[in-house]
Design a protein around this ligand. Structure first.
Ligand code: GLC
Length: 576
């Protein structure tokens, strides 16, 4: 009997894959726009559940859901009223439990968006704080403000919101200003309150106990602002950035030295990591944490942790921010090298091509580079993050000023230039097929208009086409499961301005080679300089612009690359 027990324990421990997250393919779902199950024109949880088989077939390891909690939706869910309940337009807790159950059956992990910097101004905590109820008085960042030379009340500092205009809003009930780094309806929480810190940990525990596999942490570098105690009791003004394209209401008009990337932020993240790490022992699962901070690489890298503390995976926005239609192979190599060289040894890299806040990859980098950018994200070491629709090359939708709902665009008050700021174009409904509303809803209308090209660019078309972005993405996703891609060494070379080669080699395993031709001309690629690479290669994934098809054998001296071709090859012999 004792032997049997020991064996059972040994088997269950062996079956647990604590490293699942290190090479996860994470798929970001923007719930409002993924799939509508109840015909109200807004995506919902049951819609997502109905599409889990699609995500499973696509090869996704984990889904990250943008916020699904109760919210007045001033910032479409990033303004949370109740962290422990589901927004009624997205469904119920029973729907969420069902989603979790189905996802588990399919081996898909679920990550939630954790929004720690601010709540909605409709939240119970905020109302209690307004009323100065015991325990809640300092849950938010409050200030009396200043007096100008006429004795009139003015905000405590020149800080502006990310979405423009003063970041301070007067609350007449409490007779103080509160800080909001985003919309007026998103009051900033105060992490100098120990009680608030515990409250947020309890929120994490609530969802971890429900079985989620981790979190994407929103706007993490905004958790702290300069402490007035260190500045003579005042909130210090931020210096001007000197950016000539801005005015005093614009976020980019200032250098945000007092409102972002403050040192105290990192300890909070490490504390959350400790909390998540406890689940390794209690639930036998490593819980993932990815943090969002648009910051310089040095500030970002600190999220990974220290010699003594574990941290998170900071999103790597270098593809998203630095690569464009005109980037050369050298530029892309530089972006890859930047992360790989700054990242501390032994940590996990990650590659982000898009999200719900930025112009879509196909629009930013060009439709002809969709396969190339998907290939890179999926074949480089570490975590790959795909924003919904990138696997089929969805482009930005077009919206008139009247149709615009994103607060970042609305706050420009500019019916001409709002487009530059608008995040609506990357949030338009997902394209499932060529039917009305792209198969997103059977209702009469959609919360944002469907992009005009949905009859061309949709999942159904790409499933029946001989070649498509989707089929290529899936083939690359399959190759991603090979040991050479999971554990192999990385070699990145720009053979010229146009040709980028990424090699993943692991002794005893076939090597994996990605070749990208960025130009609109044929290129004959000679891989002889890759000395360790075996000579005979076979094509395992062929982008829509390639003439070489899957199964084609190639010698490494002369690989035929048609214009804009993104190709994945495997060596016939084991490496090296
Ligand atoms: C993050 C989110 C964005 C949101 C903001 C405020 O940047 O990705 O959508 O508006 O935080 O929560």
């Amino acid at each position: 009997m004792r032997i049997l027990v020991v064996l059972l324990v040994a088997t269950s421990v062996a079956a647990v894959d604590l490293d699942w997250w290190k090479t996860a393919l994470v798929y970001q779902i923007y719930p409002r726009s993924f799939m509508d199950s109840n015909n109200d024109g807004i995506g919902d949880l049951n819609g997502i559940t109905s599409k889990l088989p699609y995500l499973h077939a696509t090869g996704v390891d984990a889904i990250w859901l943008s916020p699904i909690n109760v919210s007045p939706m001033y910032d479409f869910g990033y303004d949370i009223t109740d962290y422990r309940d589901i927004a009624p337009e997205y469904g119920t807790m029973a729907d969420f439990d069902n989603l979790m159950k189905r996802a588990k059956q399919l081996g898909i992990r679920v990550l939630l968006d954790f929004v720690p910097n601010h709540t909605s101004n409709e939240s119970d905590w905020f109302n209690r704080s307004i009323r100065r109820e015991a325990g809640y008085v300092d849950y938010y960042v409050w200030s009396d403000g200043l007096k100008d030379e006429n004795g009139d009340r003015i905000p405590p500092s020149n800080w502006v919101s990310t979405f423009r205009k003063s970041a301070w809003e007067w609350n007449s009930a409490r007779e103080q200003y509160y800080l909001h780094q985003f919309v007026i309806g998103q009051p900033d929480l105060n992490y100098r309150s120990a009680r608030l810190q515990q409250e947020m940990k309890d929120v994490l525990s609530f969802w971890l106990d429900k079985g989620v596999s981790g979190f994407r942490v929103d706007a993490v570098n905004r958790l702290y602002e300069a402490n007035p105690d260190n500045y003579g009791g005042r909130y210090p003004d931020e210096p001007l950035s000197g950016n000539p394209d801005t005015n005093a209401d614009d976020y980019d008009h200032y250098n945000h030295i007092y409102t972002s990337d403050l040192d105290e932020t990192y300890d909070v993240v490490y504390d959350w990591r400790d909390l998540l790490d406890k689940y390794i022992h209690t639930h036998g699962e490593y819980k993932m944490m990815m943090t969002e901070a648009y910051a310089d690489v040095h500030s970002m890298i600190r999220y990974y942790g220290t010699d003594t503390r574990n941290g998170s995976i900071p999103f790597n926005f270098s593809f998203l921010g630095e690569i464009t239609k005109s980037s050369t192979a050298w530029d892309i190599k530089t972006a890859i090298d930047k992360w790989m060289t700054h990242m501390p040894t032994g940590k996990t890299a990650n590659w982000v091509n898009g999200n719900h806040d930025n112009s879509r990859m196909a629009t930013r980098d060009g439709v002809e580079r969709v396969d190339a950018m998907n290939l890179l994200a999926l074949i480089l070491p570490g975590v790959a993050i795909t924003y919904q629709g990138e696997e089929i090359g969805m482009t930005d939708g077009e919206l008139s000023w009247e149709e615009t709902v994103d607060p970042q665009a609305c706050n420009t008050d500019d019916p001409i230039n709002y487009v530059k700021k608008s995040r609506d174009p990357c949030r338009t409904p997902f394209h499932w097929d060529s039917s009305d509303h792209a198969g997103f809803t059977r209702g009469r209308s959609t919360w944002l208009p469907v992009a005009a090209n949905y009859k061309d660019v949709n999942v159904h078309n790409q499933l029946i086409a001989k070649k498509s972005h989707y089929k290529f993405y899936k083939d690359v996703g399959r190759a991603r499961r090979r040991n050479a891609v999971k554990y192999g060494d990385l070699d990145t070379r720009a053979l010229s301005e146009d040709v980028l080669v990424v090699t993943r080699l692991l002794p005893g395993e076939p090597g994996i080679v990605a070749i990208i031709n960025l130009s609109d001309q044929v290129r004959h690629v000679d891989l002889s300089t890759l000395r360790l690479l075996p000579t005979n290669l076979i094509v395992i994934a062929s982008g829509v612009d390639c003439s070489l098809e899957k199964g084609a054998g190639q010698l490494k001296q002369n690989v035929h690359m048609t214009a804009h071709c993104a190709l994945l090859l495997q060596t016939r012999e084991k490496c090296c």
